[in-house]
Design a protein around this ligand. Structure first.
Ligand code: 5GP
Length: 194
């Protein structure tokens, strides 16, 4: 998605060879026009897939997911992050190791909001090692619902998340695929369709 790639190049900050900061439009301040366009693009890609729910993780996944769910005319559910395991039986939960925070936390979704028969589109802001996506997939599968696909705003293609998800049989659609953050520069995967 050309507009997103342009925002990454012009407004992103390469913090290291592994971390891209996009606080100006996605992770702190939200560029509402850009996020609306991102959501519309996800909706366009998955419009034929019979999606019944969009699932993301708080907090940075919510903005790009909102417009996607709105356009697909389905509810948006976000998994909540919890610091410690609780005895709440009425949730589907999984444990996720955070790439940026370097801590493990539990994510959970109420059993009220996912059911067998749902076809779920999982969306997130970044894909690195795939931990967040795998945690969300585990939750969907605990609910005996179907993972219809995984949509990612910014994929770091030099990290293993995408390949692992694809090897496990999931469809992954990323709007921007970053090939490298070396030398303080963002380069994108060449073959990416605009
Ligand atoms: P994964 O679970 O795939 O290893 O990492 C994805 C999660 O970590 C995303 O939900 C995102 O919040 C965070 N993340 C991973 N890499 C980056 C990055 O380069 N920049 C930012 N801002 N967040 C990242």
């Amino acid at each position: 998605m050309e507009r997103l790639k342009q925002a990454i190049v012009e407004r992103g900050i390469v913090l290291s060879e592994h971390v891209l900061k996009v606080d100006t439009f996605l992770n702190h301040q939200i560029d509402t026009g850009l996020m609306a366009a991102v959501g519309e693009e996800f909706a366009r890609i998955f419009q034929q897939d019979g999606i019944t729910k969009v699932l993301t993780i708080e907090s940075s996944g919510i903005a790009p997911s909102f417009m996607a769910a709105s356009k697909l005319e389905v509810p948006l559910v976000f998994a909540r992050k919890r610091k410690s395991l609780t005895m709440d039986e009425h949730v589907y939960a999984s444990r996720v190791y955070s790439f940026t925070k370097r801590t493990e936390s539990e994510i959970a979704v109420s059993k009220d909001f996912l059911a067998s028969g749902d076809r779920v589109l999982i969306l997130d802001d970044f894909l690195a090692n795939g931990q967040a996506a795998k945690g969300l997939i585990e939750i969907v599968e605990k609910a005996e619902a179907v993972v219809a696909g995984v949509g990612i705003v910014i994929e770091k293609s030099f990290q293993p998340g995408r390949e692992q998800l694809i090897n496990s049989g999931y469809r992954v659609e990323s709007l921007a695929r970053v090939a490298s953050l070396e030398n303080g520069r963002v380069t994108f995967v060449e073959s990416e369709a605009p």
